[in-house]
Design a protein around this ligand. Structure first.
Ligand SMILES: Cc1ncc(COP(=O)(O)OP(=O)(O)O)c(N)n1
Ligand SMILES: Cc1nc(C(=O)O)sc1CCOP(=O)(O)O
Ligand SMILES: [Mg+2]
Length: 210
């Protein structure tokens, strides 16, 4: 799997009146190297239409494209991969459907889940929520940067920290051992989406994570 450092997830509720593709293109121009389509409310047809548009955008800019939850949509648009949580399609089934070459990311909230994901052949894991977040309704309690330290010490596949990460606290996340960070609201809810991504990129680069 190609390496990534700055991961943006869509969240249209954070930019009312602004076009999804326009916002995500700004994020890409600011340095995001992987995008996930996450849409909890639209119909399957609508999700598919958004996925098609984001696939075109990410191809144009040579950025990875992941679909959250909807494996059929991921396959239909030839996304680079799928992200699944602990209550979604199990890894074994996701792998069988997606094939060996697609990226499968799994959310984890404790080290046992991280171990299981690694042993099961996940390409990367999500590690979170690090801080409190309002972007996910059914979220577990914050796992804190202590969980990042645990994963960094023990797990050998790439991991991305997620949940409540902002410009003002991202250094805590990197200092705990994360090399990749993932945000919804801090990126797509910004007035200057490109500018925020450039700031994250600068912080990552200063820490040696290009
Ligand atoms: C990179 C990344 N990490 C974690 C999640 C959360 O996935 P999940 O637990 O399935 O929750 P929903 O996003 O589906 O509400 C994610 N999407 N991306
Ligand atoms: C989608 C999601 N998954 C999480 C997890 O911990 O698995 S936290 C989260 C929401 C992240 O949004 P924000 O950057 O706005 O806090
Ligand atoms: Mg999910």
């Amino acid at each position: 799997m190609r390496e990534f450092q700055l991961y943006a997830i869509t969240g249209e509720e954070f930019h009312p009146g602004r076009d999804l593709i326009e916002v995500m293109e700004e994020a890409i121009l600011g340095g995001v190297d992987i995008i996930q389509l996450r849409d909890k409310t639209s119909s399957k047809r609508e999700v598919l239409a958004k996925a098609k548009a984001l696939r075109e955008l990410t191809k144009k800019h040579d950025v990875l494209f992941i679909v959250n939850d909807h494996i059929d949509v991921a396959l239909a648009v030839d996304a680079d991969g799928i992200h699944v949580g602990q209550d979604d399609l199990p890894l074994e089934d996701a792998r069988r459907i997606m094939g060996p070459d697609k990226i499968i990311g799994i959310s984890t909230h404790k080290i046992e889940e991280a171990r299981e994901a690694e042993a099961g052949g996940a390409d990367y894991i999500g590690v979170g929520p690090i801080f409190p977040t309002k972007s996910k309704v059914d979220v577990v309690d914050p796992v804190t940067t202590a969980y990042i330290q645990q994963v960094a010490a023990e797990i050998n596949i790439p991991f991305v920290a997620i949940g409540g990460i902002k410009l003002h606290n991202v250094l805590q996340v990197l200092d705990a051992g994360a090399k990749s960070v993932c945000m919804i609201s801090e990126i797509v809810g910004a007035n200057d989406v490109k500018g925020v991504c450039e700031e994250f990129k600068q912080i990552l680069t200063a820490k040696g994570h290009k």
